[in-house]
Design a protein around this ligand. Structure first.
Ligand code: ADP
Length: 400
């Protein structure tokens, strides 16, 4: 079977999924052909390999010794382990294409793109724009080009979905030449928004034509306004630190604070980067954890303060994005927190009562797909995101 391998390479983990190339996911009844998904995490520390089939059967859950595999860098060795597993799992499987998640496509890459040495060199230029993700994504691409030398390699960008957003949502109020140089509001989580947008088109075509705010609330968190399938604005900006507070990232921060830290506190670039990316957000506010579930378990005090700030910012951002579209027809919750934290959905819905939002507590607790009441002016949905499926879709479409 010709297969599509989807790779999402981070600093210490590689998430993967395998799809049948022949699946027909353009057809609502066609299915996406998923065969397997999993991850190798703890790369560089204690590597662990886990994989499961679409019906939830765990087919691998084991420590792996990467140094015993083939030579090369840690990502290459991890891919060699993956390749070995795929061959054992289904000897008839042949990887015909590899679809990669690449966080940054800069101003020009607005579509999934076939990767070659020249494109890869162009993508290297965006490393300073996403220093925590891009180098690992590209290391994964290079490793896959060597491990699957005959396969088509495709990059799918987290920024691409936002490239059609209006100029006012794409720019900062800096002198114009900065925009031309690429200092723009790129927006991220675009593969997730792409997936949700396609899902709405298939399952709720009336809503897909309307004004939608999607709340991608996970460890990284952002919101995106989408009107008739077109991105209209996002809370994330030049980098993935703007907008919503996150597990450990600040979200929106007055640039004056950075100036103060530089001038008065004598902090340098590296210290400020660590502060705003790794020590702030829910972790910084609570002093306990950046993990929503742990904060829920912690009860009142600083954990509750951190959750209250997150809720407050979500309300501000949803209200702001709705205002730019002249209203809102649907609100979608997705990602780890959005899909699971019923209490947060309840609080946000309550805060949006003035927009005519009303959710049904039983539907909300049951995580139904539509959690709003039948009378609600805005349809509120919970849709599990699937970035791997959308990467497989795009890779498949470049294979024909
Ligand atoms: P990432 O951005 O790393 O992909 P996820 O989308 O997996 O993150 O989201 C991780 C977040 O989701 C964590 O804050 C976690 O606590 C939260 N989360 C996961 N499951 C639940 C749950 N059942 N209830 C509340 N929060 C949850």
């Amino acid at each position: 079977m010709d297969a599509i391998l989807v790779l999402n390479a981070g600093s210490s983990s590689i998430k993967f999924a395998i799809f049948d190339q022949r699946a027909d996911d353009d057809n609502p009844g066609g299915g996406n052909g998923e065969r397997l998904r999993g991850q190798i995490d703890g790369i560089g520390d204690e590597p662990h390999f886990k994989a499961r089939t679409p019906d939830g059967e765990v087919v691998a859950d084991e420590s792996v010794a990467l140094q015993e595999a083939t030579s090369g860098n840690p990502h290459e060795r991890a891919l060699a382990v993956l390749l070995g597993f795929i061959e054992r799992f289904d000897p008839s499987l042949s990887v015909a294409a590899v679809g990669h998640r690449v966080v940054h496509g800069g101003p020009d890459y607005a579509e999934p793109t076939r990767l070659d040495d020249q494109t890869l060199a162009a993508l290297d230029r965006f490393v300073p724009l996403a220093p925590l993700h891009q180098p690992h994504n590209l290391a994964g691409v290079r490793a896959a080009m060597r491990a699957f030398a005959g396969a088509l390699q495709v990059a799918c960008f987290d920024t691409a979905f936002h490239r059609r957003q209006p100029w006012v949502a794409d720019t900062f109020a800096l002198p114009r030449h900065f925009y031309d140089e690429g200092v723009r509001r790129y927006g991220f989580h675009g593969l997730s928004y792409d997936y949700i947008s396609r899902y709405l088109q298939k399952a709720h075509p009336d809503l897909a034509q309307g004004r939608v705010v999607v709340a991608h609330l996970g460890n990284g968190a952002s919101l995106c306004a989408i009107q008739d399938g077109r991105a209209m604005g996002s809370t994330m900006g030049f980098t993935a630190v703007d907008g919503m507070p996150m597990g450990t990232r600040t979200g929106q921060l007055d640039p004056g604070v950075i100036l103060y830290l530089l001038a008065e506190k004598g902090l340098g670039h590296a210290e400020i980067e660590t502060l705003i990316y790794k020590e702030s957000g829910l972790l910084g506010l609570s002093g306990i954890s950046g993990d929503w579930r742990r904060l829920e378990e912690s009860g009142p005090g600083h954990a509750a303060d951190a959750m209250a700030y997150f809720t407050h910012r979500a309300l501000r951002e949803i209200g702001g994005l709705a205002a730019t579209m002249g209203g809102i027809d649907a609100l979608v919750f997705t990602a780890g927190i959005g899909e699971n934290a019923a209490g947060l959905r309840r609080d946000i819905a309550q805060g949006l009562g003035w927009l005519g939002v009303a959710i049904d507590p039983a539907r909300n607790d049951a995580k139904a797909e539509i959690i709003s009441t039948d009378a609600s002016a805005v349809t509120v949905l919970v849709i599990p995101t699937d970035e791997e499926a959308v990467i497989a879709h795009h890779t498949r479409s470049l294979m024909t």
